[in-house]
Design a protein around this ligand. Structure first.
Ligand code: DX5
Ligand code: ZN
Length: 234
């Protein structure tokens, strides 16, 4: 099982976002996790497709996974596809037609993801497994970076892993929220193979200076701990 690590821009320095993206990719990240919040589905506001478009215009070809914490999702799916998203993950309760939204993501040539909130059961994704490339289990309530990992999410990872294995499909099982060196091993042992990490890679907000070498060390440590736990899982 290959370990996939995606730093979340939520903990990056937004005033230097292009450089931050370059730095974490050079430091060994597999993709960029692009958290989009609308002050409606979640009580926080971040960035939209224009910012992804700017990264692309600047020349960044990093794989970008957009995590849409917005309601509704349709219009923004089209805009993010046009802006150059490689993957888009939606929350199933954020739209009247999640199956249609997932189909639109794939039709636009991107990978389709479905998130599972901490209080929801992954069983809800079972009927949609044919339509998804990623299941994103949330280990915090969506809305803010830097929250504590919710251990109850491990059970959701475990259930999602069984559903994915039973489906025989090639679906990434990623976990998002509070992933750091203390929690990544338990997530991998429960069956996750993708790890979103904001503060554990970029550091605490306003902590200066941030150095590319720190990013390399943080990503390597998460990768090694996840791989070790996944191997023990067998
Ligand atoms: C939470 C976001 C997460 C979060 C991860 O709503 O979806 O991606 O930013 O940040 P950390 O790793 O700091 O919990
Ligand atoms: Zn996220």
């Amino acid at each position: 099982m290959a370990v996939w690590i995606a730093p979340s821009i939520l903990a990056a320095d937004f005033a230097a976002l292009g450089q931050e993206v370059d730095d974490v990719m050079a430091a060994g990240a597999d993709a960029i996790h692009f958290d989009v919040m609308d002050n409606h589905y979640v009580p926080n506001l971040t960035v939209g497709p224009l910012v992804l478009r700017s990264l692309r215009s600047r020349g960044s070809c990093a794989p970008v996974d957009v995590h849409l914490m917005v309601r509704p999702v349709n219009r923004l799916i089209d805009d993010f596809l046009a802006a150059g998203a490689d993957g888009i993950t939606i929350h199933p309760d954020a739209d009247e037609d999640p199956a249609g939204a997932l189909a639109a993501i794939r039709a636009g040539g991107a990978k389709a993801g479905l998130a599972v909130n901490p209080d929801d059961s992954p069983d809800a994704v079972a009927p949609l497994l044919d339509a998804v490339d990623t299941v994103l289990v949330m280990s915090v309530r969506p809305g803010f970076g830097g929250q504590a990992f919710m251990p109850s999410a491990l059970e959701n990872v475990h259930v999602a892993r069984e559903l994915i294995d039973a489906s025989g499909r090639n679906i990434r099982l990623a976990i998002d929220g509070g992933i750091n060196q203390d929690t990544v091993g338990a997530a991998a042992a429960a069956g996750a193979d993708g790890f979103v990490a904001g503060s554990a890679v970029f550091g605490a907000p306003n902590k200066a200076p941030r150095r590319a070498e720190d990013y390399r060390r943080a990503i390597a440590a998460l990768r090694a701990l996840a791989a070790g736990a996944a191997n023990r899982r067998g």
